[in-house]
Design a protein around this ligand. Sequence first.
Ligand code: PLP
Length: 362
Amino acid sequence: MEKRIFNFSAGPAVLPLPVLEQAQRELLVYPGAGASILEISHRSKTFEAVLQQAKDNIRALLQLPDTYKILFCQGGASLQFTMVAMNLLRGDKADYIHTGSWAAKAIEEGKRQGTVHIAWNGKPENFVRVPRSEELQCSADAVYLHFTSNETIQGIEFPEEPASGDVPLVCDASSDFLSRPIAVEKYGLIYAGAQKNVGPAGVAVVIIRDDLLERSAPDLPPLLSYRTLAEHDSLYNTPPCFAIYIIALVTQWLRDSMGGLTGIAEHNRRKAALLYDVIDQSGGFYRGHAQPSSRSLMNVTFRLPNEELEATFVKEAKSRGLDGLKGHRSVGGCRASIYNAMPYEGCVALAEFMKEFQRKNG
Ligand SMILES: *Cc1c(COP(=O)(O)O)cnc(C)c1O
């Protein structure tokens, strides 16, 4: 077998090794099923238990009250940009916080379904930070306030939820879902494409509060309707069974091995600090994109003195088994994605490499 590298890819991204090992052990015969999880009916008792385990784990990790439903949708987080607006906006007005590339996409889709009011726009500052709550210009008549808790491309993250008063928060949490405790009761809806932090591509987790579910438009095509998906417990049609199975394993790993969200948050803080410390102590050789108070604990974005050095950095890192460090094509630079499953040792190795690279090229 070839050696596993440290994978800093932004998504699909690193998964916990114990999860991959368990999936490997169970691939041919899922315990009790006599067949692979890939081969059995989504209506079987076995798969129903897997689905239930995934939901129970997410509920336990977030300490989610009974007034919220957990759904598994297809179409990625991108379809959620549309579904949120189709189900909840529908000709009304919603506030959106514009923090970067993913917020921009959500806004675009919102505009197709109703009036979008930009409560704060980070573009003039080139998306280097998230707003402080007192900077938000919220509308009293908004049906929700949409924000992107972590901008995967720019590497900025809300340290806490924006204040929205009585207006329900709707959050694209794709790239920091289950990475830390959140004040869950502030949210009306949370969605996350699984492939950043909780599983493989092909499924998005949606958490929706009952009153928003009630309000969701009744006349939509079934697969675009939260109401229909909830009524059928995400089994209106064949769901992405394997992806849901992996989510069940990843969330079990978070509970059993990582100390839940408090434990993983501490782990994530320590990992990110290793890299930000190197940036801060480099005398300007590495320049972080994010302002310190908005730094992402999931995606560390930085520049080197010039693009040639950035290319050399990415290439040499790769030859050392540190892969996926090229920044998103739309912004350039470098990016280290260090989601829940990135081991501490991976960040130590990258921090050491960064220091060495500076010594040679600085
Ligand atoms: C990756 C990402 C998306 C898009 O996810 P898809 O599953 O590819 O549609 C949306 N929002 C954020 C914050 C992301 O990181």
